[in-house]
Design a protein around this ligand. Structure first.
Ligand code: HEM
Length: 179
């Protein structure tokens, strides 16, 4: 997992819960990195999982809700860092259906070692999109947060439903309806 995902996460934790919480979740985790991350580095996903688990235990907020809020913050990072990529799109359905064949393809050119999910478009029309999310990291709520913000970015709203295909969340269907 890319370092920028860790640095932005810890900044948000500091913002919302304070530096003590950052120290707390780092010191209660068994981290190969020691909790020192640089934006361009690459770290094990198990480190993110431990940080999320400890933050969840300390705050009573579920990991899914933490990932949702974190993704909404991360979209702002994307808007700042990759404005050109977003400017390719005029419509949220077009953008979300292009993650697999365009957006994450470009991400992989920038970060060859990025750990990205797979999105398979099941059906698509002007206002409806069904995509299957697949990833061993089960970060579907990170995807949901990014999708929410994608609609907001285009001044649109949507109803987005998640259906777990696999109980452990490694395969999830997103049923999206643009209002
Ligand atoms: C992960 C970039 C749009 C879904 C990531 C990562 C980056 C990235 C850098 C982390 C990779 C790693 O840690 O190794 C971008 C950029 C985007 C974009 C630059 C737009 C210009 C989206 C959108 C979605 C999405 C719209 C909506 C579903 C995800 C998910 C992950 C991810 C779910 C977590 C990894 C996993 O589930 O396995 N993306 N992304 N991305 N991205 Fe994107």
């Amino acid at each position: 997992m890319k370092g920028i995902v860790f640095t932005e996460f810890l900044e948000l934790v500091e913002d919302k819960f304070g530096l003590e919480m950052v120290d707390n979740i780092i010191s209660s985790s068994d981290l190969e990195s020691g909790g020192a991350y640089t934006a361009v580095g690459t770290y094990s996903f198990s480190e993110m999982l431990q940080l999320l688990q400890h933050l969840s235990a300390n705050t009573g907020i579920s990991i899914d809700d933490l990932l949702l809020v974190y993704a909404e913050h991360f979209f702002g990072v994307i808007e700042e860092s990759y404005p050109g990529l977003l400017a390719t799109y005029k419509d949220p359905i077009e953008m979300i259906s292009s993650i697999e064949n365009h957006i994450h393809v470009e991400v992989r050119k920038i970060y060859p070692d990025a750990e990205l999910p797979t999105f398979v478009v099941e059906s698509k029309s002007e206002n409806d999109l069904t995509v299957i999310y697949k990833s061993s990291r089960a970060m579907h709520h990170f995807g949901l947060g990014l999708m929410n913000k994608t609609f907001e970015h285009f001044n649109a709203t949507a109803k987005i439903e998640l259906e777990k295909i696999k109980e452990d969340g490694t395969e999830v269907r997103f049923v999206i309806h643009k209002n």
